[in-house]
Design a protein around this ligand. Structure first.
Ligand SMILES: [Ca+2]
Ligand SMILES: [Ca+2]
Ligand SMILES: [Ca+2]
Length: 157
């Protein structure tokens, strides 16, 4: 978890170096209706291949021990998508990462953490044209996890 957090901070820092030196660039906070959570994890990916980055967020918040909500980016505004197979797999203290694990061009999802404050899970969801389907995986269940997807055998996925 610490490694992943530091890795993200380092990447954000490195990406922001040219921006810091460019006085023309400013960031403006925009109000959103994205779920407010703690013990969270997020990842952006173009899950519907329309050219913009969509969002998945997990964490505890509201009246739930855990939430797993996918948002579709429509013209820069994020709208929650209901009916996903992970709606009921509310995760906190976890980690989410998108990656094309089956090399079909769609971004798939690996999700790990504490589900609804009860049990620890790791689940793989295959993306087929923007619809996700649970695929059984032998990957062990992990809470407070850090996930990295990589092409270890150099077969391009
Ligand atoms: Ca998109
Ligand atoms: Ca895929
Ligand atoms: Ca591979």
């Amino acid at each position: 978890m610490y490694y992943c957090s530091m890795k993200k901070l380092i990447i954000i820092f490195l990406l922001s170096i040219p921006l810091i030196s460019n006085s023309q660039v400013t960031f403006t906070e925009i109000p959103t209706s994205i779920l407010e959570v703690k013990s969270s994890s997020i990842d952006f990916s173009d899950i519907d291949s329309d050219g913009d980055q969509d969002l998945l967020i997990t964490g505890s918040g509201g009246s739930s021990w855990g939430n797993t909500v996918l948002y579709e980016n429509i013209s820069g505004i994020f709208y929650p998508i209901s009916g996903t197979p992970f709606d009921s797999v509310g995760v906190s203290n976890g980690y989410v990462v998108f990656g094309d694990v089956d090399n079909d061009g769609d971004e798939d999802l690996l999700l790990a953490g504490d589900s609804m404050g009860q049990n620890t899970i790791t689940k793989l969801y295959i993306n087929d044209g923007g619809d996700f389907y649970l695929r059984p995986t032998p990957i062990f269940a992990a809470g407070n996890a850090c996930i990295v997807l990589s092409d270890m055998d150099n077969d391009n996925y």
